[in-house]
Design a protein around this ligand. Structure first.
Ligand SMILES: [Ca+2]
Ligand SMILES: [Ca+2]
Ligand SMILES: [Ca+2]
Length: 440
């Protein structure tokens, strides 16, 4: 009896994974097989549907580090882990509330111990916060109707989830900004009626989050879209905000934390009316291109042969470091976010080399540009993203392996055409491998 139930539950779980996954479908994801639940997740799922019935859909956090259906983590003073799951009922045709269930392992078996309904229409992200001896669970909830989200923070006392914080936001970071070994909350507030938006820092003490400091943000930004936690080149902690200036430009605003002042704005001075920013076309956001913690700020310049007016314009990304009111260029790269990679351009390529898609799916040609009707003066490099199985079956015999992704399911391949005569723009495989990086 129990075995039959479990098989049904497992079948349902597998089906859910195939259909209920709400991860964004980038080019990379479209080549990946969907993940399967492991044995423990299957046990947790079975315990969950024992309480809820099997007319449920698991909800996957859309961003952040925790993306799986179940977060297994110790949340209370009792030493074993709890599991947290988010789901919606599928019994009714109207969209039903998001539920958060907490399950605990008692006498060797998972069982549901707490279940509450939440606001919002999707789970944006979940984070486990470091707060002294307490483990807190931060849940970002989104609404499909607008750009405002809701952050709720819970403390689990062994049987119930107690809400200790609730604030709406545009974007947020959970991190120890003031270096006191306790995670803080930095929220970018929704735009208020006077058109202003603020960065607000909340710090945790005695079981509560309290306002610490705030900054007025640059009113030129209409909406913030992305937030990155990192450092300046001098080692100072910095938070990088990418946002929209109207509908055609993006830019970056940088916040820091100082002991006396608390939160400070490093790129906008409201009293002097001064702003330091690199305005650019839409699409590029701050990124740590070499994983050293210092965040690079993007600027965009058109690749040779492209104009802004034409749709599908292709840009070279110039990366900058910001310090003391100045941006210093670090390097230039071609960034393919849909294929999950970036290729740093050798300095001799900048202004001379352009790219185009080839007839093969997921392939890009890098070529020496010349004006006129046939812009390809010489072909320098092909980069192809493909399934490893196709590569191993010998489908791409002229290509060399340069990197892989998706747990090895995806390969990145390069083909370097022979040059007819000496060409200073030519690259070899070693240089391509050195300049190639995954872009997440
Ligand atoms: Ca526990
Ligand atoms: Ca802190
Ligand atoms: Ca860096």
């Amino acid at each position: 009896m129990r075995g039959a139930f479990l098989r049904r539950a497992l079948g349902a779980a597998a089906a859910l994974l195939l259909t209920g996954c709400s991860m964004p479908q980038s080019g990379v994801d479209s080549l990946l097989a969907p993940p399967l639940l492991n044995e423990e997740q299957n046990e947790i799922y079975a315990a969950l549907v024992r309480e809820t019935g099997d007319s449920i859909k698991l909800l996957y956090p859309q961003r952040g580090e925790n993306r799986s259906a179940f977060l297994v983590i110790n949340l209370d003073a009792e030493v074993t882990s709890e599991a947290v799951a988010f789901y919606q009922s599928t019994a009714s045709t109207v969209t039903s509330a998001i539920h958060m269930a907490v399950l605990d392992k008692r006498d060797g078996a998972w069982q549901s111990v707490h279940d509450i309904s939440l606001e919002g229409t999707q789970v944006e992200d979940i984070s486990v916060m470091r707060a002294g001896g307490d483990s807190l669970l931060a849940v970002g909830l989104g609404y499909s109707s607008d750009n405002t989200s809701l952050l709720k923070i819970y403390s689990f006392n062994g049987s119930t989830m107690d809400e200790i914080y609730s604030q709406s936001y545009q974007t947020k970071i959970i991190s120890d900004l003031n270096s006191d070994d306790t995670d803080d909350v930095l929220l970018i507030t929704p735009v208020s009626e006077d058109g202003n938006s603020y960065g607000r820092l909340y710090t945790y003490r005695n079981g509560r989050f309290r306002p610490d400091s705030e900054v007025l943000l640059d009113p030129a930004f209409t909406r913030y879209a992305n937030i990155t936690d990192g450092y300046l080149v001098n080692g100072q902690r910095a938070i990088y905000l990418d946002g929209y200036r109207g509908s055609t430009l993006m830019s970056t605003e940088i916040l820091g934390y100082e002991e006396e002042a608390g939160l400070v704005d490093l790129t906008y001075d409201p009293e002097a009316g001064q702003r330091y920013a690199i305005d650019r076309a839409l699409g590029a956001v701050c990124y740590d291109t070499n994983r050293d913690g210092v965040i690079e700020v993007p600027g965009l310049t058109l690749m040779p042969g492209y104009t802004e007016e034409v749709s599908g314009a292709v840009y070279l990304t110039d990366w900058y470091h910001f310090l003391n009111g100045e941006y210093e260029k670090v390097k230039s790269s071609y960034v393919s976010s849909s294929q999950g990679y970036m290729l740093d351009f050798p300095e001799r390529w900048v202004g001379e080399v352009s790219i185009r898609r080839t007839v093969r799916a997921n392939e890009t040609l890098f070529y020496e540009y010349q004006g006129g009707d046939s812009p390809v003066k010489s072909e320098l490099l092909y980069i192809l993203m493909a399934k490893r199985s196709d590569w191993e079956a010998g489908e791409f015999p002229d290509y060399e392996l340069i990197d892989s992704a998706g747990g090895g399911q995806i390969v990145y391949l390069a083909k370097i055409p022979e040059q007819e005569e000496y060409n200073p723009l030519a690259v070899n495989l070693t240089e391509v491998k050195k300049n190639f990086n995954r872009y997440y």
